[in-house]
Design a protein around this ligand. Structure first.
Ligand code: DX5
Ligand code: ZN
Length: 221
């Protein structure tokens, strides 16, 4: 996926945006140089927080041309894949723990014409994804436990990022390796050095006074 495009990609997470002005916030980060827009969908069941569903994704769609990078923290995920695809998601990423048949879930996402991603929680081993690499467009390493923005980056995940970088390169497939959670200008360099090619950041961008400066700070590592 745009392997030769500018890397690292920066994907602001709207979780840290002003929810009363989501359209405006999406336009602001696009103007500030964001590459993708990361949308955190939480159900209060798979994770202990609730955010939004396909209706909000659909409402945001006309506000930006950026790819909508939808991170599903819901279980089960399968019954909602079509709704998110129809709402305008470009990428749909799921956690292996959200259903019994990850291989089938990824096939379903791709059959809907969307990029498919797998998200690994801090305690989830790399092996959860090794046998479905051929169906992955995206692999996301969580550097916090999912559910909330503004948490501390878990540095033990850097080794997992490096391992996945090696696996992706060995597979020779164009899989984007994302890092999600607690990413700041201070640790972005470590994530990039470990091999990440897309940084997701909520607080580090939306709590900053200047979104463009924050995005460039992350990109510079
Ligand atoms: C956590 C989410 C992340 C998070 C990022 O469950 O998946 O996308 O909101 O926010 P920060 O950058 O504040 O950790
Ligand atoms: Zn996320």
């Amino acid at each position: 996926m745009n392997r030769l495009a500018t890397r690292p990609l920066i994907a602001p997470s709207l979780l840290a945006a002003d929810f009363a002005r989501l359209g405006e916030e999406a336009r602001a980060v696009a103007a500030a140089g964001a590459d993708w827009l990361h949308l955190d969908v939480m159900d209060g069941h798979f994770v202990p927080n609730i955010t939004f569903g396909p209706l909000v994704v659909k409402a945001l769609r006309p506000h930006t041309a950026l790819p909508l990078d939808v991170h599903l923290m819901i279980a089960p995920a399968d019954p909602y894949l079509a709704a998110f695809a129809q709402a305008g998601a470009d990428h749909i990423s799921v956690h292996p723990e959200s259903g019994p048949h990850l291989h089938r879930t990824l096939q379903q996402i791709q059959a809907l014409g969307k990029k498919a991603g797998v998200v690994l929680n801090p305690a989830t081993p790399v092996e959860a994804v090794t046998h479905v690499l051929d169906l992955c467009d995206i692999i996301m390493v969580m550097t916090v436990n999912p559910g909330f923005g503004g948490q501390r980056f878990i540095a033990s995940q850097l080794a997992k990022i490096a391992t996945l970088r090696g696996l992706i390169d060995a597979a020779g497939r164009d899989i984007v390796l994302q890092v999600d959670g607690g990413v700041t200008a201070e640790n972005a360099g470590q994530a990039l050095a470990a091999g990440a090619d897309c940084l997701i950041a909520g607080t580090a961008i939306f709590a900053a006074p200047d979104y463009a400066q924050a995005i460039e700070g992350l990109r510079a590592g």
